[in-house]
Design a protein around this ligand. Structure first.
Ligand code: GLC
Length: 737
């Protein structure tokens, strides 16, 4: 660290010296406006140097301009931890000894906290780790909307609601970029499944595009000021998203004024002209083994490499088009690697572990707690039986590009033993999934159990007879066709016959708590048989400690679901209408339109298993009478809604108060209600606070795709205030005129 400080001090002395003499080139003078530095650097670059900047030179880097002292750009996965260093042109990890990172919780867990403040803390911490590893672009966060529970990558994203995802992604981006590291929001746009992700052509109306699928990207760009965005693999309007005029030029640049860099997904480019003219800036991953094909001359053959150079030299493509791209890349450089004032970062520190645990604790959702069997009193309990493979399985390995070489990962079993005492904990495997295959050569503990399924099951049932409490820890994992990039799940059901085992355990011991680790909703045929149910996500390095702190009551759970749990798969619009996963020509129309998630369930009057926004606490909250500052407003006026919330229990807790808006009568179909505000508040036992929301006309608008603008119609509206989308405590009517 001292060496770094000394050298940067030395460089600044030299620059100040040159500056003092007035002969420092403008692009090196960081007292100059960035746009002037860009123009000066561009004017000094050769055509070859410009083109070299536009495409990868290795798996995760692109060229700088050594002659001018302009550094390379280094990208790194992923949204919840800094991927291990890989070989120059391989996906395999390079066996470095200093790149074992902090594994932060998956972003679905972050979203389940409903706490924008903690999202900024998260972004700041992961940005510090990227900075320390000298990466200037973090390939995350992902904000694709959860349209189907089968999407293998939902665990990397922020749920089914555009407003929740928007509020959570902005502070994350700001946190990352406070380190002088670019957040690269992905996958723009409409990458809502992994099945045939490179081929599917999405058709969706503009109302759904603008009201559901774009808001989180727009917020990340226009509020979060993201410095980079990644094009998706899929097609939209027949053009690949990485070279899509409507998405990249019309919307991203034209409507949102994005001034950052558009980076392709790895292998997402397939046409030089289209990519040049439709707004792509940097091409990565083409001809990359594991994506398309591996070839020795790949980097020279990239669409933005020799083929582009030849077209420019023949006059088929003008150099001014290239200059636009180089400007965007130089802007990235001056915001990151050539910003002398950026901090130095930190890596795999105790502080980051603490942050990872806090996020995990706040994201865990208590779905059910009959007879209050939770929390488990660690002083009075004598014997806890822990059942299930996910109690011991590493969850930071696998899942695709977001996998990590974590410095450590506390398993649920380890966490429970450290909180309750190993002498009180008995473990039975209960079931065994597939053997874990190491991905990209990242080491993974082999916890496979070769015993026959019946033996595993009977052992668990036998031990359950004499336990005070049984904690079943199952769910999904990061294997292909579960929560994993590159393919989707094929059923809503839990794998490995977990359902039968859970039902059998419930018959043997009624004090059964089921803990699901997953990034997606799962079917729960045993929902009435288990006394308690907890969704604990993939929550990273501190998973076991966070879960044990919640189950023991050291932490009062406050997570709320960021997506709907349905009773059965066909209850989701994308499945009811049969559009998922697309037809034999890879065409897929999102016919449910804006009715995604709870919007669909409420439109169709389908009762969910657990609704969007649901989550219980170990204490109780009483919602007082809501009041509104006005009953009638004009379009330029606001309404302040006030609702007293009281903690009527005997312990402190956090509550997420949610406000939804419903338009009683409109010229277009609209959802029964849509989330438009929320606040997470801390209340001591018996404490009462007034929660206030300000409703503006923006909260009442819908996207009119005939006029291509957001619009609001006069008339009656309802404000629904509640503890979830289905647990509404107050409804206030008001009129817009
Ligand atoms: C992958 C993913 C993307 C990731 C990139 C680099 O295919 O789609 O999210 O950042 O390639 O690994």
């Amino acid at each position: 660290m001292l060496k770094k400080i000394f050298f940067s001090f030395l460089i600044s002395i030299i620059c100040m010296n040159m500056l003092a003499k007035g002969n420092l080139p403008v692009y090196l003078d960081d007292t100059q406006p960035i746009e002037n530095r860009i123009s000066d650097a561009l004017s000094r670059m050769t055509l070859d140097e410009k083109v070299a900047m536009l495409h990868a030179q290795s798996k995760f880097s692109s060229a700088g301009v050594p002659r001018l002292g302009i550094p390379e750009n280094w990208m790194t996965d992923g949204p919840h931890g800094i991927r291990t260093e890989v070989f120059w042109d391989e996906w395999d990890q390079a066996d470095w000894t200093n790149d074992s990172c902090t594994a932060f919780p998956a972003l679905t867990c972050l979203s389940a906290t409903w706490n924008p403040k903690i999202a900024e803390v998260y972004g700041q911490a992961i940005g510090e780790e990227a900075r320390y590893r000298n990466k200037n672009v973090l390939l995350g966060p992902g904000v694709n909307i959860y349209r189907t529970p089968l999407n293998g990558r939902n665990f990397e994203y922020m749920g089914e609601d555009p407003y929740l995802a928007s509020r959570m992604v902005v502070p994350y981006v700001q946190g990352v970029q406070s380190n002088g590291v670019a957040a690269c929001v992905k996958h723009y746009a409409l990458n809502n499944q992994e099945f045939e992700r490179n081929r599917v052509n999405v058709t969706v109306d503009d109302r759904a595009l603008y009201e559901i699928y774009l808001p989180a990207f727009k917020a990340a760009v226009t509020e979060g000021k993201a410095w980079a965005i990644m094009g998706a693999y899929n097609r939209y309007k027949g053009q690949w998203a990485c070279q899509n005029e409507y998405l990249l030029k019309n919307i991203l640049r034209g409507e949102w004024g994005f001034d950052g860099v558009v980076i392709s997904d790895w292998g997402g480019v397939n046409n030089t002209e289209q990519a040049v003219y439709n707004g792509l800036d940097m091409e990565f991953g083409t001809w990359t083994n594991g994506m398309t094909e591996s070839r020795s001359d790949a980097y020279g053959m990239y669409y933005f490499a020799n083929p582009l150079l030849e077209k420019i030299k023949k006059g088929e493509i003008s150099e001014t088009e290239i200059d636009k791209k180089v400007r965007n890349i130089l802007r990235l450089v001056f915001r990151t690697t050539m910003n002398r004032n950026r901090p130095f970062g930190s890596f795999a520190t105790p502080e980051h572990s603490k942050i990872a645990r806090q996020i995990a604790e706040e994201g865990i959702v208590l779905l059910k707690n009959k007879n209050n069997i939770l929390p488990i009193d660690k002083n009075s309990v004598k014997k806890i039986l822990v059942v299930g493979e996910n109690a011991i399985k590493m969850m930071t390995v696998g899942g695709g590009s977001s996998q990590l070489k974590a410095k450590y990962e506390i398993s649920p079993l380890e966490g429970l033993k450290s909180v309750f005492g190993a002498d009180k904990i008995v473990f039975a495997r209960g079931y065994a999934g597939e053997k874990v295959k190491p991905q990209d050569n990242v080491k993974v503990a082999d916890t496979y159990d070769h015993r026959p399924a019946d033996e595993l099951k009977n052992e668990a049932l036998e031990k359950a007879k004499t336990a005070d409490v049984v904690i079943f820890i199952g769910g999904l994992n990061k294997n292909p066709n579960q929560d994993c990039e590159g393919n989707d799940r094929q059923t809503l059901a839990l794998p490995y016959n977990q359902d039968a085992l859970i039902s059998a355990l419930a018959k043997v011991n009624k004090n059964l708590a089921v803990v699901i680790l997953s990034g997606n909703a799962v079917a729960m045929p045993w929902v009435n048989e288990a006394s308690a149910i907890v969704e604990a996500w993939y929550s990273g390095a501190e998973a076991g400690n966070a879960l044990a702190n919640v189950l023991s009551g050291a932490v009062n759970p406050s997570g709320k679901l960021p997506f709907t749990f349905a009773v059965k798969l066909n209850d989701y619009g994308s499945h009811t209408l049969g559009d998922y996963p697309g037809d034999s020509n890879f065409e897929e129309t999102y016919r449910e339109g804006i009715f995604v998630g709870y919007r669909w369930f409420e439109k169709q009057n389908i009762k969910p298993l657990f609704p969007f926004g649901h989550g219980l606490s170990y204490t109780a909250f009483e919602y007082g009478k809501a009041s509104a500052s006005a009953k009638i407003i004009a379009e330029n006026e606001n309404i302040t809604i006030t609702i007293p919330i009281k903690n009527t229990g005997n312990r402190a807790g956090k509550e997420v108060v949610q406000l939804y808006i419903g338009d009683e009568k409109s010229s277009v179909p609209r959802p029964v209600k849509e989330l438009k505000h929320f606040q997470k508040i801390d209340l001591q036992a018996s404490e009462e606070k007034n929660v206030r929301f300000t409703i503006t006309a923006d909260d009442l608008k819908f996207f009119d795709d005939t006029k291509h603008e957001w619009t609001v119609e006069n008339g009656k509206f309802k404000a629904f205030i509640g503890a979830s989308s289905a647990d509404i405590k107050s409804v206030l009517d008001f009129i817009l005129e």
